[in-house]
Design a protein around this ligand. Structure first.
Ligand code: GLA
Length: 408
């Protein structure tokens, strides 16, 4: 049983410096500047971003660090702790996605975006170290994209604002990497704030930080340790189902520009025009999930953590029954967690089909929660979960040495 595995295993500074020197040699000096971009957990508002709806994610204190040293030969050298290969990117040549470059395609995509924006890049060595599990729905890829973007922005003095960096990172994901995601992940990673959730309207990008005062409760992420298989094709299928439903609705409500604008009362008045059960169930989820996001923001602002917990439970059930993106493992975690001592809210987080849940647990029951859920989950699925009690931190930025040590 992997009880209380901490995501942050410390020594980020040492790992960064050592890794950097091993990858690139000392060359008279080590890395000169450091950057950080968090992972994110979505608290509520799942599968709503790509319909122009509302989301309520938060940035984690875990994420991706980058150590950088400048060069002037129009070459970028990319290396990462724990991931191969090490990649050389010649800036005079066209930058393309090469499957054999694996993880490095994310930073390569960002470099290409900067060049396409007309930014001059003299060159640099960059070494990455991350402490969020990959493919678990905690946005390790958005974190890698944004840490590269803030580093490049600072090194080249391009002066791009954070919203531009966020849009550019989403563009990399959509066109360079080929994942058809919405904007939530990059936005949360870029604009997150310590001890706050981010209420975002994904159609207009209007946002507000909502104080996340958890009192005697803690946020605990549980990794189902189920790899997301076929996740992407099912994700794209859900997107298409929503688009199909919206096309029909627009016939009756031409003033709507996106599904996210459809309120509950309006939905109930047009629902009868959708004859097939599938888009109907998907849209029912989206409309009610949007309402839950707004109700959650209000509850948190009022310090009503129990109502927020209740909305998390409803969100998971809707994702399970109406949107059908949970799967047996996440449902087993939900069943175990929602019965566990001290748990007032739990739900899948991220795209689903495997990955993680996020739960609100009474501080003094966190250990008991982990024991009970691990046992129950293992009986139900044969898999062992991992637990990460997490904290909410600031978005992507340059960090100085003192701050680096504080992370460790
Ligand atoms: C993934 C995508 C996000 C969002 C979520 C589901 O994390 O990257 O854009 O669609 O799934 O809420």
């Amino acid at each position: 049983m992997n009880i209380a595995a901490s995501l942050n295993d410390g020594f980020q500074v040492t790992k960064l410096r050592k890794g950097f020197l091993q990858a690139f040699g000392s060359n008279g000096e080590g890395p000169t500047r450091f950057f950080f971009a968090p992972g994110r957990v979505n608290l509520i508002g799942e599968h709503t971003d790509y319909t122009g709806g509302f989301v309520l994610p938060a940035a984690l204190t875990n994420g991706t660090w980058a150590a950088v040293r400048e060069r002037d030969d129009r070459t970028v050298n990319l290396a990462s702790h724990g991931f191969l290969p090490q990649v050389v990117c010649a800036l005079e040549q066209e930058i393309v996605n090469r499957p054999e470059d694996g993880w490095a395609n994310y930073p390569k995509g960002i470099i290409k975006e900067f060049l396409d924006h007309g930014v001059d890049i003299p060159g640099f060595d960059i070494f990455f170290y991350g402490d969020i599990p990959n493919g678990a729905g905690l946005s390790s890829s958005a974190s890698l994209e944004l840490v590269t973007a803030v580093a490049l922005n600072a090194l080249t003095q391009a002066g791009l604002d954070m919203i531009t960096l966020i849009r550019l990172a989403q563009h990399v994901e959509n066109s360079f990497v080929g994942v058809n995601c919405g904007i939530m992940d990059q936005f949360a990673v870029g604009m997150g704030q310590k001890a706050a959730a981010l209420l975002l309207n994904c159609a207009t990008l209007a946002y507000r930080h909502i104080p996340l005062i958890l009192g005697e409760y803690r946020l605990v992420i549980t990794n189902s340790n189920k790899q997301r298989d076929l996740g992407e094709s099912k994700y794209n299928k859900r997107r298409r189902e929503c688009e199909e439903g919206f096309r029909i609705i627009k016939g009756y409500r031409p003033e709507l520009t996106c599904l996210g604008e459809l309120g509950l009362a309006e939905w109930l008045s047009v629902k009868e025009h959708l004859s097939s059960p599938l888009p109907t169930a998907r849209i029912e989820h989206v409309v009610r999930e949007n309402a839950r996001v707004l109700a959650s923001a209000k509850a948190l602002e009022n310090g009503d953590i129990r109502t927020f917990g209740q909305l998390m439970l409803e969100s998971h059930e809707s994702l399970r029954d109406l949107y059908e993106v949970t799967g047996p493992e996440l449902d087993a975690l939900y069943a175990a967690a929602s019965q566990a001592p001290g748990c007032i809210g739990t739900r899948m987080t991220g795209a689903g089909f495997g990955g993680c849940t996020v739960s609100l647990i009474k501080q003094d029951r966190v250990f008991a929660f982990q024991q009970t859920v691990a046992r129950d989950y293992q009986v139900r699925t044969g898999l062992r979960p991992s637990f990460y009690p997490v904290s909410v931190g600031d978005g992507a930025r340059e960090v100085n040495e003192e701050e680096l040590w504080r992370f460790s």
